[in-house]
Design a protein around this ligand. Sequence first.
Ligand SMILES: O=C[C@H](O)COP(=O)(O)O
Length: 251
Amino acid sequence: MLLLISPDGVEEALDCAKAADHLDIVDVKKPDEGSLGANFPWVIREIRDAVPADKPVSATVGDVPYKPGTVAQAALGAVVSGATYIKVGLYGCTTPGQGVEVMRAVVRAVKDHRPEALVVASGYADAHRIGCVNPLALPDIAARSGADAAMLDTAIKDGSRLFDHVPPDACAEFVRRAHAAGLLAALAGSVKQDDLGPLTRIGTDIVGVRGAVCEGGDRNAGRIRPHLVAAFRAEMRRRAHEHAAGATTVS
Ligand SMILES: O=C[C@H](O)COP(=O)(O)O
């Protein structure tokens, strides 16, 4: 499982760079503009320059409306600025068809510019609270649009967590559908160390985290701390070994 960490700007990205050995993807966002709030192009560029070259930079394009043209242009902005994972939160899409339309436009805009960039279609585990597309529809939306990964995060950051809205069995089904379509499965949403057991067991490819690696577990007032990133990674390793040992015992 890869670890994606979301700093809110250059200063936190520098702290991520100090913990670079313990993380896999640096995800640029602007949390005060929403769960998948988009940051400025120059911030993406600065962060790209600040983190080691072998660490991919991801950028969120926003909690986007159902406006394929607008979103495609924003996605191009993110990839031109140096991001190689482009994440789109389908906030304003109420049907899978709308999600596919937006994501097809994004995939074309991104891949015309940089074919090897990865496009991530993200939905929300708490979709029922905001009226957007069902979380389990995301793998199909991603597959039909030519995206590379399906993701879930929470839209409302009020302390409720991924598993409060989409329990582990349903997340397992999400991962199964993503893998069946040849996609990566990414999960996030106030994930804590305690969630790493189930996330590992169900075969999650990427776990996205912010609050759990901020001081005080506070994604808004706390800052990302390298030692918390290291501790989170250590727990990921422990869970991975435990899971591998269990699999060996069973087989
Ligand atoms: O993409 C990951 C998100 O930023 C997760 O943030 P969170 O762990 O504070 O919910």
